[in-house]
Structures are given as structure tokens and as C-alpha cells.
Design a protein around this ligand. Structure first.
Ligand code: NAD
Ligand code: LMR
Length: 325
């Protein structure tokens, strides 16, 4: 019997996890042959709800689910793990920007970063979901110097998937016909969804749509989709966010399709002139459990200007949390 992959998941009694945990336990993240063990963390007042989530996981009799630990002790949750999904954090409500959450949520990431630094395997693969995701990952990384910094990533796969769906709708194709979508920058309204390198059934996407659609419709629709879901639903996206976390980790571990890439927020190594160390979304190719930022792509002046605006926002967020880093 293969050893289970051990995954710490914070905020496990919340909305995103209520859909995501069942996908992970049924093999959606690590594959149909890979057992998984879940180490679920919550704050003490939410332990009753977390027990109910465990009851439902038990009641699914998932063949791949080897163990579920429920705890309000971060050390217990973060010990002996292969992956950590940091979901636990306040969501925004109508009229708020994600960065308005920084003061409250940043503290969670400085404290969990220190504990992860003490108890976790240095090669643990981390995905930060709690908002503002990029700067929370930046705080986590600063507080966990023993952990391989390359492995501290944040979620922009939801934006990538949203972009795929918007383009597919526009040109009336299946998302499976689209390759080489890019989300550059921050998971915020300054993000840069970019179809410049996209292929639709092998044809260059920019030749299939008006430039004005790509710049004035597509980019703001994708960048503001989170707020549109909040306005329609009264609370932030949950099932699509959980699905994106499954996709993010599955691509990282199992690889991206031959000839294609995905978007992940990763520590910048200075690629495309972005300040080293910021957690910035790039196109990445994943292979053998690792990722590489795609190099050498031509970037138009329009996209380059927007990439700089998103970098500037991340620098301002980094400045705002400098006591935590
Ligand atoms: P939720 O309020 O339903 O659940 C959050 C859970 O986290 C709660 O159960 C809460 O008790 C728990 N929690 C709070 N502090 C904690 C701590 N210190 N340790 C462990 N658990 C803790 O919220 P949700 O809808 O599941 O969203 C969670 C976060 O994900 C929010 O910040 C939201 O904005 C963000 N989000 C990000 C993306 C993305 O694409 N990056 C997408 C959707 C939502
Ligand atoms: C999203 O993009 O749906 C999430 O980041 C939630 C939000 O606040 O928009």
C-alpha cells in the first residue's frame, strides 16, 4: 500500500473547504491511486462544525482517505506534512477590496509561518488561498525561513480558470481547445489576464477577438469576477475556489500538459523585471513535482504597464505589513 500524502488544511470548517475536502478525499488532487491523510486546523469555536465535516467525510467511505485529524493546535496540523493549504482567513464582503483584509488576516500568516518553520518538513508544498493571498504568502515566507521559499505559492488558478472560461465563451469553443493563458501579478483587481500567447485550437487568440475586447472587457471581467460573485451570492466564491486549489496542486504535483502551462503565484526570481521575493503570478510549466517560470515571452507595452501596476500594488502591500515580515 502506498503511503498517504499528508495535507494540512487550515480553515477546514469554512465554505471553501466544505467543497474542497471532498474533492481531495476522492482523489481529485493527488490522483485516483494515491491515499491521502487530512490534518484539519480550525479555531477553537469552530471545532464543533469541523467535527461535523469529519462525520460527513467518514460517511462518504472514501477508499483513498486513510486518516482525518481535526485539531485547533497548529503544531499538530503542520507536523509531518507533504502539503499545506492555507485557506483559514476572513473573506471580504460587498464593497471591500481584498487588501482591506490585510491587517486582520496578515497576523494569522505570521503566526502560522513561525509554527510551520518549527515543525514542518522544509520541502512542504504550500498554497495560500486566504486573502489577500499573495501578500499573506509573502508574510508566511518571511516567517518560515527554514521552508524552501520556492515552495511557498499563492492561488491565481481561479483567475486563470475564469480567464479560460471567458475566452471560451467569447470565441465559442471548449476550454479544452485553449492553451497558454496567463495571469500576471496580484490576485486583485490589478491582475493582468493576458491572451497574447493563447492558442485556440492552434490559432492565435488575438487574431480571433478585437483588441478592444481583450483590453476593455476581458481583463476587467476576469479581474472583478470575485466581486461579481460576492454581489450575486452574498458571500465569496467557494466551490470554484476549492476547485482551483485542486487544480493548482494537481498541476504542481502531476505536471502541466505537454506544450502548455498554467498560472501560479510564486516568489519572483526577478523574471520579467519584477522585484525578487514578491509573490507574483507567472505562467509556469510544472514537471517532476517542481515548476519553472516560463521565460522569454514577448510582452506588449500595454501588458508590461499593467504588470508594473500590479507589482507596485504588491510593493505597497509589502510595505504595509513590514512589521510582520
Ligand atoms: P469562511 O469564513 O467560510 O471560512 C474561513 C474559515 O477559516 C472559518 O471556518 C474560520 O473559523 C477559519 N479560520 C479563521 N482563522 C483561522 C486560523 N487562524 N486558523 C485556522 N482556521 C482559521 O471563508 P472561505 O469562504 O472559506 O474563504 C477563506 C479565505 O479564502 C478568505 O480569505 C477568502 O477571501 C479567500 N479566498 C481566496 C480565493 C483565491 O482565489 N485566492 C478565492 C476565494 C476565497
Ligand atoms: C475570489 O476571487 O473569488 C476570491 O478572492 C474572493 C474575493 O474576495 O473576491
Amino acid at each position: 500500500m502506498t503511503d498517504p500524502v499528508r495535507i494540512a488544511i487550515t480553515g477546514a470548517a469554512g465554505q471553501i473547504c466544505y467543497s474542497m475536502l471532498f474533492r481531495i478525499a476522492s482523489g481529485g488532487m493527488f490522483g485516483p491511486k494515491q491515499p491521502v491523510a487530512l490534518q484539519l486546523l480550525e479555531i477553537t469555536p469552530a471545532m464543533g462544525v469541523l467535527e461535523a465535516v469529519k462525520m460527513e467525510l467518514d460517511d462518504c467511505a472514501f477508499p483513498l482517505l486513510s486518516e482525518v485529524i481535526c485539531t485547533d493546535d497548529p503544531k499538530t496540523a503542520l507536523t509531518n506534512i507533504d502539503a499545506a493549504l492555507f485557506v483559514g482567513a476572513k473573506p471580504r464582503g460587498p464593497g471591500m477590496e481584498r487588501s482591506d483584509l490585510l491587517k486582520d488576516n496578515g497576523k494569522i500568516f505570521s503566526s502560522l509561518g513561525k509554527i510551520m518553520n518549527e515543525v514542518a518538513n522544509p520541502d512542504v508544498k504550500v498554497c495560500v488561498v486566504g486573502n489577500p493571498a499573495n501578500t499573506n504568502a509573502y508574510i508566511l515566507k518571511a516567517n518560515a525561513p527554514n521552508i524552501n521559499p520556492r515552495n511557498i505559492t499563492a492561488l491565481t488558478r481561479l483567475d486563470h480558470n475564469r480567464a479560460m472560461s471567458q475566452l471560451a465563451g467569447k470565441v465559442d469553443c471548449s476550454v479544452t481547445d485553449i492553451e497558454k493563458m496567463i495571469i500576471w501579478g496580484n490576485h486583485s483587481t490589478t491582475q493582468v489576464p493576458d491572451i497574447s500567447h493563447c492558442l485556440v485550437s492552434g490559432k492565435a487568440a488575438p487574431s480571433l477577438v478585437d483588441e478592444s475586447w481583450a483590453q476593455e472587457d476581458f481583463i476587467p471581467t476576469v479581474a472583478k469576477r470575485g466581486a461579481a460573485v460576492i454581489a450575486a451570492r452574498g458571500s465569496s466564491s467557494a466551490a470554484s475556489a476549492g476547485n482551483a486549489v485542486v487544480d493548482h496542486m494537481a498541476s504542481w504535483v502531476n505536471g502541466t500538459a505537454e506544450g502548455d502551462w498554467t498560472s501560479m503565484s510564486v516568489p519572483s526570481d526577478g523574471s520579467y523585471g519584477i522585484q525578487e521575493g514578491l509573490i507574483y503570478s507567472y505562467p509556469v510549466v510544472c514537471k517532476n513535482g517542481d515548476y519553472e517560470i516560463v521565460q522569454g515571452l514577448e510582452v506588449s507595452d500595454f501588458i508590461a504597464g499593467k504588470m508594473k501596476e500590479s507589482e507596485k500594488e504588491l510593493l505597497e502591500e509589502a510595505e504595509a505589513v513590514k512589521e510582520m515580515t
